[in-house]
Design a protein around this ligand. Structure first.
Ligand SMILES: [Zn+2]
Length: 305
């Protein structure tokens, strides 16, 4: 989780003040994130008594700061915690609005939502969808791209459509993991399938972090980073693709099911300009700019085009 948001050094330039629209949007978000408290009848409120409690509270300047965490993984993909333990940890870190964005599954959302109720937190139902950027749309080729989808409180509309896409990707993850293990085997770094499955947990579609952890546990590498650098990275000798849909298909699916689409960790892309350009014309809504493992330096030129 990357819950610590740091301001960039200003380098002598003044930070632009939010415009009226941005300020209004922020107020709405604050009001949404802090559900209305029980009305407190007091003389100070007398002048605002015509306002609903939430608005009256905001009129008193009680919006407060809201800490959002918009990218998190639970045990349902490659995180370490169950959704409820994740929610509890986020709560301890002061997070008020948490998006659970497991890889290619929304299975953890119901548990996260019921855990969040205890702490007065809000959960944004989300998912991080594995896709591929292939300008000529050739199956099995192209650059892997992760696209975050965020939904309203009721989740996706046309859930079946989204779910069958996610199911297909998860099936592909099993095949892909098997291919990666076969490649590792030829590289004389044999890892057992059962070992990876045990790390992933029951019913969880395996991902590269699970294989990386197996490589660490088997003593072939010192840490997960080394496993990626040496074997599993996008250009690594043990890398394999799964059955990810094209980025355009994913963005359109998110929009059709009532979600907001956002490009995840653009700093890990080989061809960010080409990917962002294609995503933009497919209707991408947003882009991740900061996470604990990286950030976008400056504004990519392509955003202005
Ligand atoms: Zn990702």
């Amino acid at each position: 989780m990357g819950s610590k948001k740091r301001a960039k050094p200003s380098r002598g330039k003044k930070r632009a003040r939010p415009c009226a629209d941005q300020a209004l949007a922020l107020e709405y978000v604050r009001a949404w994130a802090h559900p209305a408290p029980p009305p407190e009848p007091s003389t100070a409120d007398a002048g605002n008594s015509f306002l609903p409690p939430q608005a009256a509270r905001m009129a008193r300047g009680g919006g407060g700061n809201v800490l959002f965490e918009l990218h998190s993984h639970s045990k349902h993909s490659d995180g370490f915690l169950s959704p409820s333990a994740l929610v509890e940890r986020a709560h301890r870190n002061g997070v008020k609005v948490l998006a659970l964005t497991d890889h290619d599954t929304m299975a953890g959302i119901p548990e996260a939502m019921s855990a969040a109720r205890k702490f007065g937190m809000r959960i944004i139902p989300g998912v991080e969808i594995s896709a591929v950027h292939s300008p000529r749309q050739i199956p099995g080729s192209g650059e892997p791209v992760h696209i975050l989808a965020y939904y309203g409180m009721c989740g996706p509309s046309r859930f079946d459509e989204l779910d069958s896409m996610l199911l297909n990707i998860r099936d592909g993850r099993f095949l892909r993991a098997k291919n990666m293990l076969a490649k590792l085997n030829t590289l004389k770094v044999p890892i057992k399938w059962e070992h990876v499955m045990k790390i992933a947990g029951e019913g969880v579609a395996p991902g590269r972090p699970h294989i990386a952890r197996a490589l660490v546990e088997a003593g072939y590498v010192d840490n997960v980073r080394e496993a990626f650098n040496k074997y599993l990275g996008n250009d690594g000798p043990a890398y394999a693709t799964g059955s990810e849909p094209f980025i355009e298909t994913v963005v359109q699916m998110i929009s059709r099911t009532g979600g907001i689409s956002a490009l995840a960790h653009p700093w890990s892309l080989k061809n960010p300009d080409a990917v962002i350009r294609s995503l933009k014309s497919a209707g991408l809504d947003a882009m991740e700019v900061y996470r604990s493992d990286g950030k976008v330096d400056g504004t990519p030129l392509v955003l202005h085009k």
